[in-house]
Design a protein around this ligand. Structure first.
Ligand SMILES: Cc1cc2nc3c(=O)[nH]c(=O)nc-3n(C[C@H](O)[C@H](O)[C@H](O)COP(=O)(O)O)c2cc1C
Length: 212
């Protein structure tokens, strides 16, 4: 039992089901020790061969968030212009993306590094890379849950997948880091959108005990 009389399992199930993606934040800074606890929780995720391929770049200074948001916005604009989208809609999207990144007290760029993973000369390398992606996603889920446990909001943003080289260059990330996502983090400015999930009956299947 925890001091409040809640069992560890009750607490875990509540954290898992009550976490919501938060996209708007108060300006309040997140204390360094809280950030360290959250990143430590990420570090305890399981990983393929326990190689821990995840890497995190934590941005708190406006300068870096601005630099990242501008670089990603420029690329978003270029891609959507090439798609033939309306200029007004593109500019709205770019402005929204800029506001979301610079408006978060903390931006964590989640990357992976293949240097400690196994190497194959053939197609198995794709599986090895996928293992690194999966392991990094596990760490990111830990991060989201830890943020929620700390009373903070967070949101996973996938945009770096569309422009990893832009993210690496804007932040001068160490060579070998492959950007996977951005996690924005801070004190929530409001509740997240109510979430729904598919019923268990729709997503699970148990084969009959008796052979056909
Ligand atoms: C791989 C992944 C990519 C996501 N990318 C984005 C994103 O780019 N922008 C965004 O606002 N939310 C993004 N999300 C958050 C999802 O929209 C959110 O988890 C989903 O709608 C369920 O809502 P909940 O997290 O509040 O339960 C992403 C989540 C995951 C796991």
């Amino acid at each position: 039992m925890t001091p409040g009389g809640t069992s560890a399992s009750e607490l875990l199930y509540r954290l898992v089901s009550e976490r919501r993606s938060i996209r708007r934040y108060e300006a309040e800074a997140v204390p360094a020790e809280v950030l360290e606890r959250i990143l430590t929780a990420a570090r305890w995720a399981p990983s393929a061969h326990n190689r821990q391929p995840w890497r995190f770049a934590t941005l708190t200074a406006f300068h870096w968030k601005d630099r990242l948001a501008r670089a990603m916005g420029d690329r978003l604009r270029r891609d959507r212009l090439a798609d033939g989208d309306a200029v007004a809609a593109i500019e709205q999207d770019v402005a929204r993306s800029y506001a979301r990144i610079t408006g978060a007290p903390v931006v964590i760029v989640v990357a992976l590094d293949m240097s400690d993973m196994d190497r194959y000369p053939d197609d198995r390398q794709r599986a090895e890379h996928m293992m690194a992606v999966q392991s990094t996603a596990m760490a990111t889920q830990n991060l989201l849950l830890a943020a929620h446990a700390e009373g903070l909001g967070a949101c996973w943003m996938c945009a770096p997948l569309f422009c990893p080289e832009v993210v690496s260059e804007a932040l001068a990330l160490p060579s070998g880091w492959e950007p996977q996502a951005i996690v924005t983090l801070g004190k929530a400015a409001g509740p997240g959108k109510p979430a729904t999930r598919r019923p268990l009956t729709e997503i699970s299947w148990t084969p009959s005990d008796t052979p056909a």
